[in-house]
Ligand binder design. Structure first.
Ligand code: DC
Length: 232
């Protein structure tokens, strides 16, 4: 049972495309009453806005102008809470999940995420998330992405890196009915100059190719409980 007086914990979950980050993070968020922030959805939200504005990833000048709000009606970032899930709202609106997971967004998100201006745009916002979780009375924050334990929240109490072989990850996406070149996306995300996908120093590596979701959740739950005990 969750201890309602448990100290505030911050959990960073990193890993490649379709490595199980979201299912795992959602289950842990419920179990420990943590706020769940999916930073992949942040990059998808910005990608969707840029695609809708007709801007290509190579057009860095247009990206910078757009994100500065010079051609858009402004780009104020906020957080929309749905249960445990904290979604990025741009100018008060958080796009529906289905709109963020189309083949077009899947194909464009990684090139846009490699653009330093896009990463700078989200960086400060992402760092506000522990405070947002605390203000809303959560027992902590679980944040997933590619650079959470390495760049965004390097002092997180628990850092995990999820991995699974490429065939298993591609099969998971296909089973969800998605069109997504996971290996290509990982290659791009790992080789970019700014905040590449890496296993953060000191993170627990969990290969879930043959491990069911429930067992991955139990492993990380033990790490979270241990962190709570350390901090109490
Ligand atoms: O987790 P996801 O597949 O929804 O992420 C979509 C893309 O966003 C991913 O290919 C790379 C980018 N991303 C990133 O660069 N940094 C993060 N912290 C999260 C996602």
């Amino acid at each position: 049972m969750q201890d309602t007086h448990a100290p505030f914990v911050i959990v960073a979950v990193d890993g490649g495309a379709a490595s199980g980050k979201s299912s795992t993070s959602r289950a842990l968020a419920k179990r420990f009453n943590l706020m769940h922030t999916d930073t992949g959805a942040h990059y998808r939200t910005v990608t969707l806005a840029l695609l809708q504005a007709g801007i290509a990833p190579a057009d860095t000048a247009a990206i910078e102008t757009f994100l500065a709000g010079d051609t858009a009606p402004g780009t104020a970032l906020g957080t929309a809470l749905e249960g445990n899930s904290a979604r990025l709202a741009v100018n008060g609106t958080a796009p529906a999940d289905a709109a963020l997971r189309t083949p077009e967004v899947n194909a464009a998100v990684s090139p846009f995420a490699a653009v330093p201006a896009v990463r700078r745009f989200l960086f400060d916002y992402q760092r506000t998330q522990p405070a947002v979780a605390a203000v809303h009375g959560f027992a902590g924050l679980i944040m997933e992405g590619r650079d959470i334990g390495s760049v965004i929240l390097p002092d997180a109490d628990v850092r995990v890196f999820l991995e699974a072989d490429t065939a298993a990850r591609a099969a998971r996406r296909a089973a969800e009915g998605g069109v997504d070149a996971v290996a290509e996306r990982d290659k791009r995300d790992s080789s970019r100059a700014t905040a590449p996908l890496v296993c953060p120093q000191g993170a627990e590596r969990i290969d879930n190719t043959h491990l069911p979701l429930g067992e991955v959740v139990e492993k990380i739950a033990l790490l979270i409980s241990a962190a709570q005990q350390r901090k109490s």
